[in-house]
Write a protein that binds this ligand. Structure first.
Ligand code: EPU
Length: 342
């Protein structure tokens, strides 16, 4: 396929919040060769494009003034195998859930807990996607990227990516400086032990008397849990968890725990404690509450939804209201997980 270019593009279907944002131009690339071609035309220096994957973790506050470059590099292949493992290379533009289904169909274990996460494969390492006890970094082997400073294709191993909780070097030092083109994962071919440590997943399987679940059973359970809690972006605009779960220190935690004995919390290293932002937002009175065209989801307060007709700025203002309210009630600052594009 050749490079596709559209003038005055409506991005409504290119961001899962469903915001009707206009970009002066939308350029879609299908291969690394397309990127080389654009660099020869000095496209990157001249146009300073905004790089878009699946648009599932983005809030466009207003119309864009620069072109959008959509990465649609496809292809999934087995790169290498040994007795127990298989290395899978996927184009950055593949849909993440399709990759998970592809792996489950072949009984390759490791990403079944990450079923139904919206977005593309290339976006997965940027925020080190995670769900139900598994984070991408646990199966991540390497990636290739197109360097926007010297227009060379380079590769990164896991240790170069500086993965953290919903975080990586691509959200920080390399933000806007690289285009991820392929991602390689190391999956388990034999003797895979599914991770069912996450409480909601464990309870779901226990209730159905599933003791040693297969990869497909875990995949099915995760899909069922997600569908019951999280809105489908095809039905109601959203970008998943809007904020990260905040981390507080032991003394702040003790004070809050005395006041709210039912507050869920996950202990981390160094006496730090992670508190579910969804719980804080619910307690502050925002769960299911609607303001104009925006609101928080009925079943998961951490998800901001577009009830239809919302603007980017409306969503943004709603997020700020929630942040202020949580700070006032609990003294805790919430950091957005979603990338806010000004
Ligand atoms: N909770 C509430 N009220 C709510 C929402 C949650 O009290 O409205 C409580 C729950 O009862 C539970 C706790 O908060 O005790 C955690 O809730 P949940 O299991 O739904 O997970 P989460 O911490 O809110 C995180 C991820 C999700 C991921 C789930 C499952 C972040 C920011 N979010 O949510 O990821 O699917 O765990 O692993 O870490 C995403 O990143 O976009 C995303 C959806």
């Amino acid at each position: 396929m050749t490079i596709k270019s559209t003038i005055n593009a409506d991005l409504t279907h290119f961001n899962t919040l469903g915001l009707p944002v206009i970009a002066p131009r939308l350029i879609e690339v299908f291969s690394v060769d397309d990127l080389f071609k654009l660099s020869r035309e000095n496209f990157f220096e001249k146009e300073k494009p905004f790089i878009l994957g699946g648009g599932s973790n983005i809030l466009f506050r207003k119309a864009l003034t620069r072109p959008v470059l959509k990465i649609s590099i496809s292809g999934i292949r087995v790169q290498e195998e040994d007795d127990n493992h298989v290395w899978i290379e996927s184009g950055a533009g593949e849909n993440w859930h399709n990759l998970v289904s592809w792996a489950v169909d072949r009984h390759y274990g490791g990403i079944e807990n990450l079923a139904l996460i919206p977005g593309t494969v290339g976006a997965a390492p940027i925020q080190n996607i995670g769900a139900y006890g598994v984070e991408l970094e646990q199966v991540f082997e390497s990636l290739e990227y197109f360097d926007l400073q010297d227009y060379l294709v380079k590769s990164f191993e896991s240790e170069n990516c500086e993965f953290g909780y919903r975080d990586s070097i691509f959200k920080r030092k390399l933000k806007g400086k690289v285009i991820i083109t392929t991602v390689t994962l190391r999956l388990q071919k034999k003797n895979h032990v599914p991770n069912i440590s996450y409480q909601a997943l464990k309870s779901y399987l226990d209730e159905r008397n599933i003791i040693n679940p297969s990869i497909r059973q875990v995949f099915g359970a995760v899909i069922a849990i997600r569908q019951s809690k999280l809105p489908d972006p095809a039905m109601i605009g959203n970008a998943g968890s809007f904020f990260k779960n905040p981390v507080i220190n032991q003394s702040a935690f003790q004070l809050l725990k005395e006041k709210y004995p039912d507050m869920p919390a996950y202990p981390l290293d160094h006496g730090q404690v992670k508190i579910p932002a969804g719980w804080l937002i619910e307690k502050a009175g925002w769960k299911g509450r609607r303001v104009g065209n925006v609101g928080t989801y009925d079943n998961q307060a951490l998800v901001i939804v577009n009830h239809g007709g919302a603007t980017g700025d409306e969503v943004y203002r709603h997020a700020v209201r929630i942040q202020k309210s949580v700070r006032k009630n609990f003294g805790i600052g919430l950091e957005p997980e979603v990338n806010i594009v000004e």
